[in-house]
Design a protein around this ligand. Structure first.
Ligand SMILES: *Cc1c(COP(=O)(O)O)cnc(C)c1O
Length: 491
């Protein structure tokens, strides 16, 4: 190794020119998203180009960028595209993209220490306390996503229930393995996974039936809690949903808070995408009771349109979060001055030590657009869902399968005979995805296969919904007449 070897450019001027090209290409890509297919399957030849051996020699940046533009960018899942309606995924913004570039430029590690990036993260905490009506004692932490935020909440609930000795003794100590948690049958799969990862096992999560509005059935919930207590088990946690993935249902959060209080359970809310509905005056009233939660998990990368990833956990009592994750000796003994001042640190409030500066792109996004505009964007996705619902109800070939609560619409195409509808609609979803026009996904509603449309992207407008309906009817008709005609994958 030569002493002057670094990874910085040897010719800054040439690098700058190349960097500007790359930036322009990405801005063009974003500006012209609508002209591309939502999604296209990558050809085998392209896939094969990513099976090379370790490159020992350098490759010019220009050449790699060409590969990026032709071999990577065209074959993403397409959630930035306005026609993407498959899953609950945000669209991102050019502002967020530039903020990510600034973040990478700083290369800040925000696990802790004395630096303003932590103040930016605190700024987001202030905003979130205000938005959710949480007290000044509340703590918050950026994480990858709601899956991890839910997991952290389960651990905090555990420590609160069992005391900090559980961190040393684990769950093996006599009697402690009988903790039970409660959520609705419509809860996201990651809630069950969180119970698994926390060592309770998925069987310790009671999946309570839903009522006709797809909310947790409160009567069934209290009955289940009582039955578990009578069986000698220890209920410790109830997890409400603020926007379920299948139909966008919001549990009666005030009622859940009351049950949690009476039963002395930790009250956590999975508000992965729905919680930021608080930004909209029209949706906020439907989230009433969210201010009573002990913790809320949500994502800025869904309805908040912040580029991936930006999950968040907000905890009413930060002390409980510290009890769960800090090594007390280390954070109390930290310096008062110098680079190691400013405790507690983010690394005292979650499992990560090194962590990226997710707060910056979130700060830029909330501040450039303003909370009100983000609220209107969120509201707009719900209005588009209503627009789609009206079209479905007016069209005899389409049938609505679930109430449209927020931004998610479940429906199906009515073709030939009843028994073939599941297969027909399954083929239709694939045909739509392969068409590149619109990308819905699927789910099961009341044992029926449903086409599921989740409108999250700020770029989606009425013309995209019109295109979806037009393509659904056209491809549906074709499939009903000639099964398998439009899709390679059906069998
Ligand atoms: C998306 C989602 C999750 C998972 O969040 P990630 O950010 O993907 O980890 C959990 N719950 C609900 C309701 C969701 O919509």
């Amino acid at each position: 190794m030569h002493s002057q070897d670094t990874l910085d450019p040897s010719d800054w001027q040439a690098f700058r020119a190349q960097a500007h090209t790359m930036l322009d290409d990405m801005l063009d890509y974003t500006e012209q998203l609508r002209q591309r297919p939502v999604w296209q399957a990558a050809p085998t030849e392209i896939r094969a180009r990513f099976c090379q051996t370790l490159p020992h020699a350098p490759t010019p940046l220009e050449q790699l960028h060409k590969r990026f533009m032709t071999e990577i960018a065209p074959y993403v899942i397409g959630n930035a595209h306005p026609g993407f309606m498959g899953w609950v995924q945000g669209g991102g913004t050019p502002t967020g993209m530039i903020a990510e570039m600034l973040t990478a430029g700083l290369n800040a590690n925000v696990g802790g220490r004395n630096q303003i990036p932590l103040a930016v993260e605190q700024q987001i905490l202030h905003w979130m306390r205000e938005l959710f009506g949480f007290p000044a004692s509340a703590g918050g932490l950026f994480v990858t996503g709601t899956s991890i935020a839910n997991f952290i909440a389960v651990l905090i609930a555990r420590t609160t229930q069992l005391g900090t000795t559980v961190r040393r003794d684990g769950l093996n100590t006599n009697g402690l393995q009988h903790l039970t948690a409660y959520t609705s049958a419509g809860a996201h799969g990651c809630v069950s996974q969180a119970m698994d990862m926390a060592g309770f096992g998925t069987a310790a999560l009671r999946q309570i039936p839903m009522n006709a509005s797809y909310q947790i059935d409160q009567q069934a919930l209290t009955t289940a809690i009582l039955a578990d207590r009578q069986a000698g088990l220890q209920p410790f946690l109830v997890i409400g949903s603020a926007g379920t993935v299948d139909v966008g249902a919001i549990d009666d959060l005030t009622a859940l808070a009351k049950i949690a209080q009476q039963e002395q359970l930790w009250f956590h809310i999975d508000g992965a995408y729905g919680a930021l509905g608080m930004l909209s005056p029209a949706i906020a009233p439907r989230l009433r009771g969210i201010e009573l939660a002990d913790s809320i998990a949500f994502d800025f990368h869904k309805w908040g349109q912040v580029p991936y990833d930006a999950g968040y956990i907000l905890v009413r009592d930060q002390a409980k979060q510290l009890d769960t994750f800090s090594a007390p000796a280390s954070y109390l003994k930290r310096e008062q001055q110098g680079m190691a001042a400013g405790s507690p640190w983010p690394c005292d409030m979650g499992p990560d030590l090194s962590r990226g500066f997710r707060a910056l792109k979130t700060w830029f996004t909330i501040a450039t657009f303003g909370a009100d505009k983000l609220g209107r964007i969120i509201e707009n996705t719900c209005e588009l869902a209503q627009y789609l619902k009206q079209h479905i109800e007016a069209e005899s070939r389409l049938e609505l399968l679930a109430p449209v609560n927020l931004n998610i619409v479940c429906f199906r195409f009515l073709g030939s005979s009843e028994q073939q509808l599941d297969q027909l609609n399954s083929d239709l979803v694939i045909a739509l995805q392969e068409s590149g026009i619109a990308a819905p996904s699927s789910t099961t509603v009341n044992q029926q296969f449903a086409i599921r449309v989740a409108i999250v992207n700020h770029r989606t407008n009425r013309s995209d919904i019109d295109k979806l309906i037009e393509a659904t009817l056209r491809l549906g008709d074709a499939l009903a007449t000639h099964p398998g005609s439009t899709t390679r994958s059906s069998s």
